[in-house]
Design a protein around this ligand. Structure first.
Ligand code: HSE
Length: 412
């Protein structure tokens, strides 16, 4: 029997307890031993849980128990999750977490402590919920030089954008529904402002390129400014709007990494990924494009990835799984102003035809878009690819147009 402890009995944590209970036989068959969920750390009481007698409010009960070999952290947030995880790893316990904020902020340090202690620190559930992506990049695609990763990494915003696109639902209504379904973060600002997707692309970039990329180095935009007009223009252009996390390797020590809403052409596999689903494309030099698809949020999908890591830790109690990256100072991140993309612009002018002529004179080749019931004076167009700083400078030169929305065109 292997003793395991769980810290945090929220949406994901309660899903972990549920799977350990309902899939006991399946897990026994996979490991050859029974998993004993010995302690659950939470400040609340759960009298109806089959593990009701295992709850504790004292972290030291877990830290001091030498029988506990694997600790699951599903508390979320940075503190005290960081302190608790660090303490468990320092005592030689393996740790499994679904906490992307923790991995994105302290991954290099915690992986290093795990290595020193010959313990494992696994976080499959931190990106893509139930989709296997960390292990595939780290193991199955290890023979490849990865040149690019791009994906829909946040289920809540994808759910909202899907509801806006197909059902004409308002932003607030769709967000409320996502919260009710348990997809959203404790603070939904992390979803809608892109911070959650940013943490996830940082974890994938760190893993693929071997150096910790910290979220504060990544230009991040959310979806709160997307309007029904932008959605309609994206459709008339031949695509949809998705919140994309993207990282590209530009040179030996330079990556272009960003989180922003993008126009995604309908021929891209990412365009048809809807609702709470996530999709992640990994471009390897041997494999070409590999796309991972599945539920990126929710109790049981995410808990499934956590439990798989628990099983992996139990199978590797004596050997370390090689999962590591070096710390870094973010100097390899290309300033976002130098990133090259085509841009969509929507704005208003007293005379849309004259503004279009002026925009053409400033930008050169542009592609004008139309939509049904556009108000008089509205102008929307797509530019050629250019550095973002060049785009901003030129847009400011189109004096007759008051820009209301600019969105990147994803080359996906
Ligand atoms: N709030 C996150 C999402 C949960 O919507 O994707 C999973 O990380």
């Amino acid at each position: 029997m292997i003793s395991v402890a769980l810290m945090g009995h929220g949406v994901v944590g309660s899903g972990v307890a549920e799977i350990l209970y309902t899939h006991k036989q399946k897990l026994f068959a996979a490991i050859g031993e029974e998993i004993d969920l010995k302690h659950i750390l939470d400040l609340r009481e759960f009298p109806d849980s089959p593990f009701a007698d295992r709850f504790t409010k004292d972290f030291n009960v877990i830290a001091d128990d030498i029988e506990v070999r694997v600790v699951v952290e599903t508390m979320g947030g940075l503190h005290p999750a960081y302190e608790f995880v660090k303490e468990c790893l320092s005592r030689g316990k393996s740790v499994v977490t679904s906490n992307k904020e923790l991995v994105a902020a302290y991954g290099a340090e915690l992986l290093s402590i795990a290595s020193q202690q010959s313990a494992n620190f696994l976080f499959e559930a931190s990106v893509g919920g139930g989709i296997p992506i960390i292990r595939p990049i780290n193991q199955c695609l290890v023979a490849n030089n990865v040149s690019e990763i791009a994906g829909i990494l946040n289920g809540t915003t994808n759910f909202i954008l899907t509801k806006m696109f197909y059902e004409g639902m308002g932003f607030d209504e769709a967000l409320k529904l996502a919260q009710e379904l348990g997809y959203a973060e404790r603070n939904p600002e992390a979803d809608v402002e892109g911070h959650d997707a940013c943490r996830k692309i940082c974890i994938l970039a760190s893993l693929a390129f071997g150096k910790h990329i910290y979220p504060d180095a990544v230009h991040t935009e959310g979806i709160t400014k997307i309007t029904a007009a932008d959605v309609a223009y994206a459709e008339s252009w031949g695509g949809v709007i998705k919140l994309i996390g993207s990282v590209k390797k530009l040179g030996r020590d330079c990556i272009d990494i960003i989180v922003a809403p993008m126009f995604v052409p309908s021929h891209s596999q990412l365009s048809s990924i809807d609702d709470v689903f996530n999709g992640i494309m990994v471009r390897g030099d041997c494999t070409g494009d590999v796309v991972f698809y599945g539920k990126g949020a929710g109790k049981l999908p995410t808990a499934s990835a956590v439990v798989a890591d628990v099983v992996d830790c139990i199978k590797h109690l004596k050997t370390r799984k090689y999962l590591s990256w070096a710390d870094s100072d973010n100097s390899s991140v290309l300033p976002y102003e130098q990133s090259v993309r085509a841009m969509y612009v929507r704005g208003v002018a007293d005379d849309a035809a004259a503004a279009y002529d002026e925009a053409k004179a400033v930008f050169g080749e542009i592609h004008r878009l139309s939509r049904e019931n556009a108000p008089q004076g509205e102008l929307a167009f797509i530019t050629e690819p250019m550095e973002f700083r060049c785009f901003e400078k030129r847009l400011a030169e189109v004096k007759s147009l008051k820009a209301e929305s600019v969105i990147r065109i994803g080359d996906l």
